[in-house]
Write a protein of this length. Structure first.
Length: 174
């Protein structure tokens, strides 16, 4: 893949000229990554940590909850093949956006639900999508998903990348 123009120290995926990047947190990043990785139009994924204060966090530090980071997935996608709106729909459908700092058995701020937007268009679409989702009646409780600016993304350790695919597992089942 073309390495594009991104800084590998703070970005998990390599953005090419005709692609965009989206970042989502929806619990354990292994299952989230696998869901997006299988989506037609997704060019690359990377799991990592974002939204916290510690420089260069690692898995052990993030698991303490003290760094403020969320386990997240950066998704490089071809907007001619899959839209940001489509990715948001996949995000909503594949986790419970009504639980604070929890997805299934995973509990802690690192498992929060969040959309990290990279530009104003993504911010507007994420907010509108969240409003539509709440109004849809699909959830009995209020949606607690954060919609916040993307910040430094620290790629997780290599053994976390494509974790489920490397083990022949189709996904996390909670």
């Amino acid at each position: 893949m073309d390495k594009g123009t991104t800084d590998p120290e703070t970005t998990g995926v390599s953005k090419t000229k005709n692609s965009e990047v989206a970042t989502f947190a929806a619990g354990c990043f292994w299952g989230v990554e696998e869901t997006f990785r299988r989506t037609p139009g997704v060019l690359d994924t990377a799991v990592g940590y974002t939204g916290g204060a510690m420089a260069d966090p690692d898995y052990r530090a993030v698991c303490t909850g003290a760094t403020g980071h969320a386990e997240a997935v950066e998704v490089e996608f071809d907007p001619a093949k899959v839209s940001y709106a489509d990715l948001l729909e996949i995000f909503w459908e594949n986790h419970d956006p009504t639980t604070v700092n929890r997805q299934g058995p995973d509990v802690g701020t690192q498992y929060r639900s969040a959309v990290y937007f990279h530009n104003e268009a993504q911010r507007a679409e994420a907010l509108a999508s969240r409003e539509r989702r709440q109004a849809s009646g699909k959830h009995r409780r209020p949606i607690v998903t954060e919609v916040t600016p993307a910040s430094a993304f620290f790629r997780a350790e290599e053994y976390h990348q494509r974790y489920l695919a490397k083990r022949g597992m189709p996904g996390c089942h909670l």
